[in-house]
Design a protein around this ligand. Structure first.
Ligand code: ATP
Ligand code: MG
Length: 379
Protein backbone atom coordinates (compact mmCIF):
# COMPACT_ATOMS: atom_id res chain seq x y z
CA UNK A 1 0.00 0.00 0.00
CA UNK A 2 3.00 2.32 0.09
CA UNK A 3 3.15 4.88 -2.67
CA UNK A 4 6.41 5.55 -4.46
CA UNK A 5 8.98 7.02 -2.12
CA UNK A 6 6.49 8.45 0.33
CA UNK A 7 7.08 7.53 3.95
CA UNK A 8 4.02 6.49 5.80
CA UNK A 9 2.82 6.21 9.37
CA UNK A 10 0.21 3.70 10.50
CA UNK A 11 -1.37 2.89 13.78
CA UNK A 12 -2.29 -0.78 13.83
CA UNK A 13 -3.26 -1.31 17.45
CA UNK A 14 -5.14 0.76 19.99
CA UNK A 15 -5.48 -0.14 23.63
CA UNK A 16 -7.50 1.78 26.22
CA UNK A 17 -8.04 1.18 29.92
CA UNK A 18 -10.43 3.35 31.91
CA UNK A 19 -10.36 6.05 29.28
CA UNK A 20 -13.61 8.11 29.13
CA UNK A 21 -16.43 5.55 28.84
CA UNK A 22 -14.10 2.65 27.95
CA UNK A 23 -13.22 0.18 30.72
CA UNK A 24 -11.00 -1.77 28.43
CA UNK A 25 -10.50 -1.83 24.71
CA UNK A 26 -8.00 -3.61 22.50
CA UNK A 27 -8.47 -3.34 18.74
CA UNK A 28 -6.51 -3.96 15.56
CA UNK A 29 -6.74 -1.17 13.04
CA UNK A 30 -6.78 -0.95 9.29
CA UNK A 31 -3.86 0.65 7.41
CA UNK A 32 -6.20 2.73 5.32
CA UNK A 33 -9.69 3.36 6.57
CA UNK A 34 -11.28 2.87 9.99
CA UNK A 35 -14.92 3.71 10.45
CA UNK A 36 -16.53 3.97 13.86
CA UNK A 37 -20.29 3.70 13.72
CA UNK A 38 -22.61 4.38 16.62
CA UNK A 39 -25.44 6.44 17.97
CA UNK A 40 -24.89 9.65 19.87
CA UNK A 41 -22.99 9.51 23.16
CA UNK A 42 -21.66 5.96 22.66
CA UNK A 43 -17.93 6.75 22.54
CA UNK A 44 -17.00 7.54 18.93
CA UNK A 45 -15.32 10.88 19.62
CA UNK A 46 -13.64 9.34 22.66
CA UNK A 47 -11.73 7.01 20.31
CA UNK A 48 -10.64 9.92 18.13
CA UNK A 49 -9.66 11.82 21.25
CA UNK A 50 -7.50 8.95 22.54
CA UNK A 51 -5.57 8.81 19.27
CA UNK A 52 -5.20 12.58 19.24
CA UNK A 53 -3.77 12.35 22.73
CA UNK A 54 -0.92 10.16 21.52
CA UNK A 55 0.09 12.80 19.00
CA UNK A 56 -0.25 15.95 21.06
CA UNK A 57 -0.19 14.78 24.68
CA UNK A 58 -3.44 16.59 25.35
CA UNK A 59 -7.05 16.48 24.30
CA UNK A 60 -8.71 18.79 21.79
CA UNK A 61 -11.78 18.93 24.05
CA UNK A 62 -10.35 19.63 27.47
CA UNK A 63 -7.17 20.65 29.28
CA UNK A 64 -8.07 18.56 32.31
CA UNK A 65 -6.65 15.04 32.26
CA UNK A 66 -9.04 14.13 35.02
CA UNK A 67 -12.02 14.35 32.66
CA UNK A 68 -10.41 11.71 30.47
CA UNK A 69 -10.26 9.15 33.26
CA UNK A 70 -13.28 6.89 33.54
CA UNK A 71 -15.46 8.07 36.40
CA UNK A 72 -14.38 6.75 39.84
CA UNK A 73 -11.00 5.47 38.62
CA UNK A 74 -7.49 6.75 39.34
CA UNK A 75 -5.75 6.18 36.08
CA UNK A 76 -6.43 6.08 32.36
CA UNK A 77 -4.14 4.22 29.99
CA UNK A 78 -3.81 4.75 26.25
CA UNK A 79 -1.45 2.85 23.99
CA UNK A 80 -0.95 2.81 20.27
CA UNK A 81 1.36 0.59 18.30
CA UNK A 82 2.20 1.08 14.68
CA UNK A 83 4.73 1.34 11.92
CA UNK A 84 6.74 4.36 10.98
CA UNK A 85 9.40 4.40 8.28
CA UNK A 86 9.12 0.64 8.10
CA UNK A 87 9.95 0.10 11.78
CA UNK A 88 7.62 -0.47 14.70
CA UNK A 89 6.83 2.11 17.33
CA UNK A 90 4.62 2.48 20.37
CA UNK A 91 3.31 5.42 22.38
CA UNK A 92 1.79 4.99 25.84
CA UNK A 93 0.18 7.50 28.16
CA UNK A 94 -0.85 7.12 31.76
CA UNK A 95 -3.15 9.85 33.03
CA UNK A 96 -3.60 10.24 36.75
CA UNK A 97 -6.18 11.88 38.95
CA UNK A 98 -3.67 13.49 41.26
CA UNK A 99 -0.34 13.67 39.45
CA UNK A 100 1.16 14.52 36.09
CA UNK A 101 0.74 12.19 33.17
CA UNK A 102 3.46 9.75 32.16
CA UNK A 103 4.38 9.27 28.54
CA UNK A 104 6.49 6.58 26.96
CA UNK A 105 7.65 6.16 23.40
CA UNK A 106 8.95 2.70 22.50
CA UNK A 107 8.89 1.83 26.19
CA UNK A 108 11.10 4.72 27.26
CA UNK A 109 9.76 7.46 29.53
CA UNK A 110 9.81 11.02 28.28
CA UNK A 111 10.85 13.83 30.59
CA UNK A 112 9.02 16.59 28.71
CA UNK A 113 5.72 16.73 26.86
CA UNK A 114 7.46 18.50 23.99
CA UNK A 115 9.48 15.33 23.29
CA UNK A 116 6.24 13.67 22.25
CA UNK A 117 5.45 16.15 19.49
CA UNK A 118 6.57 15.09 16.06
CA UNK A 119 6.62 11.38 16.85
CA UNK A 120 3.50 10.93 14.77
CA UNK A 121 1.75 13.71 12.93
CA UNK A 122 -2.01 13.92 13.03
CA UNK A 123 -4.53 16.11 11.33
CA UNK A 124 -7.94 16.36 12.92
CA UNK A 125 -11.16 17.74 11.56
CA UNK A 126 -14.06 18.14 13.98
CA UNK A 127 -17.27 20.21 13.99
CA UNK A 128 -15.34 22.91 15.86
CA UNK A 129 -13.40 23.62 12.69
CA UNK A 130 -16.46 25.20 11.15
CA UNK A 131 -15.53 28.22 13.25
CA UNK A 132 -12.84 28.77 10.66
CA UNK A 133 -15.61 29.96 8.37
CA UNK A 134 -18.32 31.11 10.73
CA UNK A 135 -16.15 32.72 13.39
CA UNK A 136 -14.50 36.12 13.40
CA UNK A 137 -11.15 37.11 11.87
CA UNK A 138 -9.29 36.10 15.05
CA UNK A 139 -10.34 32.46 14.49
CA UNK A 140 -8.87 32.56 11.01
CA UNK A 141 -5.68 34.27 12.18
CA UNK A 142 -5.32 31.60 14.85
CA UNK A 143 -5.69 28.91 12.18
CA UNK A 144 -3.04 30.53 9.99
CA UNK A 145 -0.64 31.14 12.87
CA UNK A 146 -1.02 27.61 14.20
CA UNK A 147 -0.53 26.01 10.82
CA UNK A 148 2.60 28.01 9.98
CA UNK A 149 4.06 27.63 13.48
CA UNK A 150 3.74 23.86 13.17
CA UNK A 151 6.09 23.79 10.22
CA UNK A 152 8.21 26.88 10.89
CA UNK A 153 9.78 27.63 14.28
CA UNK A 154 11.04 31.03 13.16
CA UNK A 155 7.49 32.11 12.39
CA UNK A 156 6.41 31.13 15.88
CA UNK A 157 9.19 33.30 17.28
CA UNK A 158 8.26 36.21 15.01
CA UNK A 159 4.55 36.15 15.86
CA UNK A 160 5.30 35.93 19.59
CA UNK A 161 7.74 38.83 19.32
CA UNK A 162 5.26 40.85 17.29
CA UNK A 163 2.58 40.37 19.94
CA UNK A 164 4.96 41.44 22.71
CA UNK A 165 5.94 44.62 20.87
CA UNK A 166 2.28 45.27 20.08
CA UNK A 167 1.43 45.01 23.76
CA UNK A 168 4.20 47.49 24.66
CA UNK A 169 3.19 49.90 21.93
CA UNK A 170 -0.44 49.79 23.06
CA UNK A 171 0.61 50.59 26.61
CA UNK A 172 2.66 53.49 25.36
CA UNK A 173 -0.27 54.81 23.28
CA UNK A 174 -2.44 54.88 26.40
CA UNK A 175 0.26 56.79 28.29
CA UNK A 176 0.80 59.27 25.45
CA UNK A 177 -2.76 60.54 25.81
CA UNK A 178 -1.79 61.70 29.33
CA UNK A 179 1.78 62.70 28.58
CA UNK A 180 2.35 63.97 25.07
CA UNK A 181 6.15 64.03 25.51
CA UNK A 182 6.23 60.23 25.42
CA UNK A 183 5.44 60.42 21.72
CA UNK A 184 9.19 60.84 21.14
CA UNK A 185 9.77 57.29 22.29
CA UNK A 186 7.35 55.58 19.92
CA UNK A 187 9.75 55.26 16.98
CA UNK A 188 11.68 52.40 18.55
CA UNK A 189 8.46 50.42 19.03
CA UNK A 190 7.26 51.29 15.53
CA UNK A 191 10.47 49.99 14.06
CA UNK A 192 10.26 46.66 15.89
CA UNK A 193 6.56 46.33 15.17
CA UNK A 194 7.19 46.83 11.46
CA UNK A 195 10.16 44.46 11.38
CA UNK A 196 8.38 41.55 13.07
CA UNK A 197 5.13 42.46 11.32
CA UNK A 198 6.73 42.26 7.88
CA UNK A 199 8.15 38.81 8.61
CA UNK A 200 4.71 37.68 9.77
CA UNK A 201 2.87 39.09 6.76
CA UNK A 202 5.41 37.77 4.29
CA UNK A 203 5.16 34.23 5.67
CA UNK A 204 1.38 34.38 5.87
CA UNK A 205 1.14 35.45 2.23
CA UNK A 206 3.48 32.65 1.18
CA UNK A 207 1.48 30.12 3.21
CA UNK A 208 -1.88 31.29 1.92
CA UNK A 209 -0.74 31.27 -1.69
CA UNK A 210 0.17 27.62 -1.17
CA UNK A 211 -3.01 26.91 0.78
CA UNK A 212 -4.96 28.47 -2.08
CA UNK A 213 -3.56 26.04 -4.64
CA UNK A 214 -3.95 22.97 -2.42
CA UNK A 215 -7.40 23.73 -1.00
CA UNK A 216 -8.70 24.59 -4.45
CA UNK A 217 -7.65 21.17 -5.71
CA UNK A 218 -9.13 19.41 -2.71
CA UNK A 219 -12.37 21.35 -3.00
CA UNK A 220 -12.70 20.47 -6.68
CA UNK A 221 -12.21 16.81 -5.80
CA UNK A 222 -14.90 16.80 -3.14
CA UNK A 223 -17.37 18.77 -5.27
CA UNK A 224 -16.52 16.80 -8.41
CA UNK A 225 -15.23 19.95 -10.10
CA UNK A 226 -18.42 21.90 -9.47
CA UNK A 227 -17.03 24.62 -7.21
CA UNK A 228 -14.00 26.85 -7.26
CA UNK A 229 -12.62 27.70 -3.86
CA UNK A 230 -10.31 30.66 -3.42
CA UNK A 231 -8.53 31.93 -0.31
CA UNK A 232 -6.88 35.32 -0.11
CA UNK A 233 -4.89 37.11 2.54
CA UNK A 234 -6.74 40.29 3.43
CA UNK A 235 -4.26 42.76 4.82
CA UNK A 236 -5.25 46.12 6.23
CA UNK A 237 -1.85 47.33 5.09
CA UNK A 238 -3.09 46.79 1.56
CA UNK A 239 -0.37 44.61 0.13
CA UNK A 240 -1.04 42.14 -2.66
CA UNK A 241 -0.09 38.46 -2.73
CA UNK A 242 3.17 39.09 -4.58
CA UNK A 243 4.47 41.81 -2.28
CA UNK A 244 8.16 41.83 -1.31
CA UNK A 245 9.56 42.53 2.17
CA UNK A 246 10.48 46.10 1.15
CA UNK A 247 7.04 46.83 -0.26
CA UNK A 248 5.35 45.55 2.89
CA UNK A 249 7.81 47.52 5.01
CA UNK A 250 7.11 50.81 3.23
CA UNK A 251 3.37 50.32 3.24
CA UNK A 252 3.24 49.34 6.93
CA UNK A 253 5.41 52.31 7.89
CA UNK A 254 3.32 54.80 5.91
CA UNK A 255 0.03 53.46 7.28
CA UNK A 256 1.33 53.40 10.84
CA UNK A 257 2.43 57.02 10.60
CA UNK A 258 -0.85 58.07 9.02
CA UNK A 259 -2.82 56.45 11.85
CA UNK A 260 -0.82 57.70 14.81
CA UNK A 261 -3.36 60.28 16.06
CA UNK A 262 -6.15 57.76 15.66
CA UNK A 263 -4.11 55.15 17.56
CA UNK A 264 -3.48 57.58 20.43
CA UNK A 265 -7.17 58.44 20.60
CA UNK A 266 -8.22 54.78 20.59
CA UNK A 267 -5.40 53.71 22.90
CA UNK A 268 -4.32 50.79 20.74
CA UNK A 269 -2.66 49.97 17.43
CA UNK A 270 -5.30 49.92 14.71
CA UNK A 271 -3.11 48.79 11.84
CA UNK A 272 -0.96 45.68 11.35
CA UNK A 273 -1.15 41.90 10.85
CA UNK A 274 -3.04 41.48 14.15
CA UNK A 275 -6.03 42.95 12.28
CA UNK A 276 -5.70 40.91 9.09
CA UNK A 277 -8.06 38.24 7.86
CA UNK A 278 -8.42 35.36 5.45
CA UNK A 279 -10.97 35.84 2.66
CA UNK A 280 -12.73 32.63 1.57
CA UNK A 281 -14.67 32.57 -1.68
CA UNK A 282 -16.57 30.06 -3.78
CA UNK A 283 -16.94 31.08 -7.39
CA UNK A 284 -16.06 34.64 -6.32
CA UNK A 285 -18.77 34.93 -3.66
CA UNK A 286 -17.73 35.43 -0.02
CA UNK A 287 -18.64 32.11 1.54
CA UNK A 288 -19.10 33.58 5.02
CA UNK A 289 -22.02 35.60 3.70
CA UNK A 290 -23.33 33.63 0.73
CA UNK A 291 -22.28 30.04 1.44
CA UNK A 292 -24.79 27.31 2.33
CA UNK A 293 -24.16 25.12 5.41
CA UNK A 294 -22.82 22.31 3.25
CA UNK A 295 -20.62 24.67 1.24
CA UNK A 296 -19.18 26.17 4.39
CA UNK A 297 -18.50 22.75 5.82
CA UNK A 298 -16.91 21.55 2.58
CA UNK A 299 -14.71 24.65 2.39
CA UNK A 300 -13.55 24.25 6.01
CA UNK A 301 -12.78 20.62 5.21
CA UNK A 302 -10.87 21.50 2.04
CA UNK A 303 -8.77 24.00 3.97
CA UNK A 304 -7.99 21.53 6.73
CA UNK A 305 -7.25 18.67 4.33
CA UNK A 306 -4.70 20.86 2.56
CA UNK A 307 -2.72 20.48 5.76
CA UNK A 308 -2.12 16.87 4.76
CA UNK A 309 -0.17 17.92 1.68
CA UNK A 310 1.58 20.75 3.52
CA UNK A 311 2.77 18.38 6.25
CA UNK A 312 3.84 15.85 3.66
CA UNK A 313 5.83 18.56 1.88
CA UNK A 314 7.55 19.55 5.10
CA UNK A 315 8.32 16.25 6.79
CA UNK A 316 8.17 13.86 3.85
CA UNK A 317 5.39 11.67 5.17
CA UNK A 318 1.64 11.76 5.19
CA UNK A 319 -0.01 12.41 8.56
CA UNK A 320 -2.79 10.32 10.05
CA UNK A 321 -6.22 11.83 9.52
CA UNK A 322 -8.93 11.99 12.18
CA UNK A 323 -12.37 12.98 10.91
CA UNK A 324 -14.91 13.41 13.66
CA UNK A 325 -18.53 13.93 12.63
CA UNK A 326 -17.61 15.26 9.23
CA UNK A 327 -20.14 13.40 7.15
CA UNK A 328 -23.33 14.62 8.75
CA UNK A 329 -23.66 17.82 6.76
CA UNK A 330 -22.28 16.55 3.47
CA UNK A 331 -24.55 15.12 0.79
CA UNK A 332 -23.88 11.60 -0.45
CA UNK A 333 -21.83 12.78 -3.44
CA UNK A 334 -19.54 14.90 -1.30
CA UNK A 335 -19.16 12.03 1.15
CA UNK A 336 -18.18 9.70 -1.68
CA UNK A 337 -15.65 12.05 -3.21
CA UNK A 338 -14.20 12.83 0.18
CA UNK A 339 -13.55 9.13 0.84
CA UNK A 340 -12.11 8.69 -2.65
CA UNK A 341 -9.71 11.59 -2.23
CA UNK A 342 -8.18 10.18 0.97
CA UNK A 343 -6.25 7.37 -0.69
CA UNK A 344 -2.78 8.05 0.75
CA UNK A 345 -3.52 8.57 4.42
CA UNK A 346 -4.61 6.33 7.24
CA UNK A 347 -8.01 7.72 8.14
CA UNK A 348 -10.29 7.41 11.17
CA UNK A 349 -13.89 8.43 10.65
CA UNK A 350 -16.83 8.59 13.04
CA UNK A 351 -20.33 8.36 11.66
CA UNK A 352 -23.81 7.53 12.97
CA UNK A 353 -24.54 5.22 10.05
CA UNK A 354 -23.15 4.32 6.65
CA UNK A 355 -25.51 5.13 3.81
CA UNK A 356 -25.99 2.17 1.46
CA UNK A 357 -24.52 4.10 -1.44
CA UNK A 358 -21.27 4.46 0.48
CA UNK A 359 -20.86 0.75 1.15
CA UNK A 360 -18.84 -0.11 -1.99
CA UNK A 361 -16.39 2.72 -1.26
CA UNK A 362 -15.53 1.57 2.22
CA UNK A 363 -14.93 -2.06 1.23
CA UNK A 364 -11.22 -1.84 1.92
CA UNK A 365 -11.70 -0.37 5.37
CA UNK A 366 -12.53 -1.79 8.78
CA UNK A 367 -15.84 -1.05 10.42
CA UNK A 368 -16.31 -0.89 14.18
CA UNK A 369 -19.68 -0.68 15.87
CA UNK A 370 -19.68 1.26 19.09
CA UNK A 371 -22.26 0.99 21.81
CA UNK A 372 -21.84 2.26 25.38
CA UNK A 373 -18.08 2.02 25.30
CA UNK A 374 -18.04 -1.43 23.76
CA UNK A 375 -16.56 -1.94 20.34
CA UNK A 376 -17.33 -4.78 18.00
CA UNK A 377 -15.24 -5.18 14.89
CA UNK A 378 -17.86 -5.66 12.26
CA UNK A 379 -15.49 -6.19 9.40
P1 ATP B 1 -21.96 11.97 19.28
O1 ATP B 1 -22.48 11.18 18.12
O2 ATP B 1 -23.06 12.63 20.00
O3 ATP B 1 -20.83 12.86 18.97
P2 ATP B 1 -20.05 10.10 20.51
O4 ATP B 1 -20.29 8.68 20.21
O5 ATP B 1 -19.00 10.81 19.78
O6 ATP B 1 -21.44 10.89 20.35
P3 ATP B 1 -18.45 10.52 22.84
O7 ATP B 1 -18.26 11.98 23.00
O8 ATP B 1 -17.34 9.73 22.29
O9 ATP B 1 -19.82 10.26 22.07
O10 ATP B 1 -18.78 9.84 24.24
C1 ATP B 1 -19.65 10.42 25.10
C2 ATP B 1 -19.94 9.44 26.21
O11 ATP B 1 -18.80 9.24 27.01
C3 ATP B 1 -21.02 10.06 27.09
O12 ATP B 1 -21.98 9.08 27.34
C4 ATP B 1 -20.27 10.43 28.34
O13 ATP B 1 -21.07 10.34 29.47
C5 ATP B 1 -19.15 9.44 28.37
N1 ATP B 1 -18.00 9.93 29.12
C6 ATP B 1 -17.28 11.04 28.89
N2 ATP B 1 -16.28 11.19 29.77
C7 ATP B 1 -16.39 10.17 30.62
C8 ATP B 1 -15.67 9.76 31.79
N3 ATP B 1 -14.62 10.46 32.25
N4 ATP B 1 -16.06 8.63 32.42
C9 ATP B 1 -17.10 7.91 31.98
N5 ATP B 1 -17.82 8.24 30.89
C10 ATP B 1 -17.49 9.34 30.22
MG1 MG C 1 -18.92 12.66 18.85
Amino acid sequence: SLKTGVQQVFINKLKLINFRNYSSLDIMLNDKLNIFIGNNAQGKTNIIESIYLTGFGKSFRTNKDKELIKTSNDMAYVKIQGKKRYSEFSIELRLWNNKNKEIKTNGISLTKLSELLGNISLVIFSPEDLRLIKGGPSERRRFIDREISHINKKYYYNIMSYNKVLFQRNNLLKNISYNRKLLNTIDIWNEKLIEYGCEVILKRIEFINRLNVLSRLMHRKITEGRENLEVKYLSNIKVNNKATYDEIYESFKTKLQAKIENDIKRGFTTIGPHKDDLGIYIDDADIRIFGSQGQQRTAALSLKLSEIEIIKGEIGEYPILLLDDVMSELDINRQKFLIKSLKNVQTFITITEIPELMAPLVKEGSIFKISKGNVIKYR
